[in-house]
Design a protein around this ligand. Structure first.
Ligand code: DX5
Ligand code: ZN
Length: 217
């Protein structure tokens, strides 16, 4: 299985973001956390910043929208050229229509679920999306502890993807580090977001390589 390591710039230095994305050129995608201080109790940046990042990043953008009213805002991030745009199922009135709007604009569409949100309602919609993000912490902040109780959702997703013969990436986000990435990989994840476990290290390149090795061990 192909493993993808997506460092989250939430843990990077926000006044040096161009440098911070250039440092992670050996990763697969740069994970960009958009927060609105409404869906989550934290605030980051919006389309103007994401558009500038898009123009300087050596690797494609994996945009994670933690914002209310996702139906309204998500398609705009696809128009900016993001490789993937993931919105929270809890924040969308029409998950399928929003996923289609993202795909229509040329980006991969993803849905995300918070730790307490059941995955069953979405297992029948997997053909409408390109990736599913299982939050392994409560969204909002970096540096929290991995929640192993979310792993049954990954197992259910992996089984559904296999049963339907789909190519849907299964992503985990939150508390992913050398001691937890193997647990998520074993449960079925193939795409790993890591903030503090990459940017908290002196050698971000070394951290990316070690995470990649630990995911495939
Ligand atoms: C949290 C964000 C994550 C965050 C992960 O809501 O979605 O992407 O950056 O940070 P770590 O890897 O430090 O848990
Ligand atoms: Zn994220």
């Amino acid at each position: 299985m192909t493993v993808r390591i997506n460092p989250s710039i939430l843990s990077a230095d926000f006044v040096n973001l161009q440098h911070e994305v250039e440092r992670i050129a050996t990763a697969d995608l740069v994970h960009v956390d958009v927060m609105d201080n409404h869906f989550v109790p934290n605030l980051t940046f919006g389309p103007q910043m994401v558009g500038r990042l898009q123009s300087v990043s050596p690797i494609p953008l994996d945009v994670h929208l933690m914002i209310s009213d996702a139906d309204r805002w998500a398609p705009g991030y696809a128009e900016l050229g993001a490789f993937s745009v993931t919105f929270h199922a809890e924040a969308a009135a029409d998950v399928v229509a929003t996923a289609r709007a993202i795909r229509d604009r040329g980006s991969r569409a993803g849905i995300a679920v918070k730790p307490g949100t059941p995955i069953e309602p979405y297992l029948e919609l997997l053909h409408e999306v390109d990736q599913v993000l299982v939050m392994t912490v409560e969204p909002g902040f970096g540096g929290q502890s991995f929640m192993p109780e979310t792993m049954p959702k990954l197992r259910a997703l992996r089984e559904a993807v296999r049963a339907h013969g789909l190519d849907v990436w299964l992503q985990v986000d939150g508390g992913i580090a050398l001691d937890t990435i193997g647990i998520a990989a074993e449960a079925g994840a193939d795409t790993f977001v890591a903030g503090s476990a990459v940017y908290g290290r002196d050698s971000v390149e070394g951290a990316i390589a070690e995470l990649r090795a630990a995911a495939t061990a």
